[in-house]
Ligand binder design. Structure first.
Ligand code: ATP
Ligand code: MG
Length: 381
């Protein structure tokens, strides 16, 4: 079995491996890059595992003329930048003491130890610089079956780090086989360890949640989260009934997955201010929340918020009603987006101050109501 792809053949990445192997150390790709390459999907970041101790990795990088940054030294991680690409190099390790959030690590010379401390079997597949696969835990078979499964005893692994409960749903959403359903043992263990989720910071929860909600169709994994009691813990009052229809209608409209749009479909009483989202995301979420239930027409939405956000509102409404967005609404959204209110203050020379503002508002409302057909002349009459 061999891993292929432009990323692994890239001379800059090969140079990073060579920096280690030329000094007698191992350099093994692991995690998302190997998993995604084997699945034939995009590789976004490169993790390398090595038997070199962090100080050896630093020295190897320097000797090879590469920039090394000790980004996570206490866990043995050095970031080596080559060709503008960051490579996260982590020393093989054992997690010796865990408290549900942090681990005390012991560096190791054994790839088997390193594999055993990882979360899911499909995330513990390694590849040498030439692409040859090393599969200490049978992750390949699970990957081929698209079976997201904890390494070892699921209960124990969750109690070591409760974030794994959320990662379980995220990886199931992205890489699981929806016909097979979620791994039953894993789900039962998540459900039996709900209290531990309280230890996680809002920031880590939200990062995971947003990654999960970016999956092509997050609805089966979110439904599993609901049934295990996780959803109510991470998003207070969430109701996921609209999520599956949303993913369906998004697909028919060719809309790319969008975590904020999906989050809006889960509504609930979760206070957005408590969540760790960017300002822009919060703003969009607030607009979507308000407009889903507003009476504003498709054209009005397009005029107020632009075509993209307006279409988000329409598809959310359609998911709730379980009715596709009409072609007419889509065309009205575009019309509204392009429309320019034809009246300016100078058109109303007899008015000023508050009266002028009120009159402009009135005329704008009439113009919107006409679906932007009233002309300047019509309005001034
Ligand atoms: P992606 O980067 O596409 O989100 P990934 O699998 O690379 O997916 P990362 O979070 O980058 O995920 O982690 C890299 C690897 O480190 C994982 O594949 C897994 O082997 C290991 N890992 C990460 N987080 C944990 C964790 N909480 N518990 C155990 N192993 C973990
Ligand atoms: Mg990664």
């Amino acid at each position: 079995m061999r891993v292929q792809g432009p990323w692994i053949e890239d001379a800059a990445t090969q140079a990073v491996c060579h920096a280690l192997t030329s000094q007698g150390f191992q350099a093994l790709f692991v995690g998302g890059c190997v998993r995604n390459a084997l699945l034939g999907v995009a590789v976004t970041d490169i993790d390398i595992a090595t038997d070199a101790l962090p100080e050896d990795t630093m020295r190897c990088a320097k000797d090879a003329g590469l920039r090394a940054i000790p980004t996570g030294l206490e866990h043995g991680t050095i970031t080596v930048v080559s060709g503008g690409i960051a490579h996260e190099i982590t020393t093989f390790r054992d997690d010796v003491e865990t408290d549900g959030r942090h681990a005390k690590v012991r560096f190791s010379k054994s790839v088997a130890h390193d594999a055993a401390r990882r979360d899911f079997t499909m995330n513990a597949i390694y590849a040498q610089a030439n692409g040859d696969v090393i599969d200490p835990l049978g992750g390949l078979a699970d990957l081929n079956a698209r079976h997201v499964r904890f390494i070892g005893n699921a209960d124990t692994r969750i109690q070591e780090d409760y974030l794994r409960s959320l990662r379980f749903f995220r990886f199931t959403a992205w890489y699981g086989n929806s016909a097979l359903g979620i791994d039953a043992e894993g789900l039962a263990s998540v459900a039996a360890n709900l209290d531990g989720l309280d230890q996680l910071s809002r920031e880590r929860v939200d990062t995971e949640l947003m990654k999960l909600l970016t999956a092509p169709d997050p609805s089966p994994a979110i439904a599993a989260m609901r049934s295990a009691g996780v959803l109510a813990k991470v998003l207070i009052g969430a109701d996921d009934r609209a999520l599956a229809p949303l993913a369906h209608y998004e697909q028919s409209l060719g809309l790319a997955p969008d975590p904020v749009r999906r989050l809006s479909a889960l509504v609930g009483t979760q206070n957005a201010d408590e969540m760790r989202l960017s300002k822009a995301d919060k703003k969009r979420w607030a607009i979507l929340r308000d407009e889903i239930g507003s009476m504003n027409s498709a054209g009005h939405l397009g005029y107020l918020h632009g075509a993209n956000l307006a279409l988000d509102v329409l598809v959310l409404r359609s998911a709730i009603l379980e009715q596709p967005v009409s072609a007419r609404d889509i065309s009205n959204v575009k019309k509204g987006d392009a429309a320019q209110f034809p009246i300016k203050a100078a058109d109303l020379p007899d008015l000023s101050g508050r009266a002028l503002g009120a009159r402009l508002k009135e005329l704008e409302a009439a113009w919107i109501k006409s679906e932007f057909t009233l002309s300047r002349g019509d309005l001034l009459d």
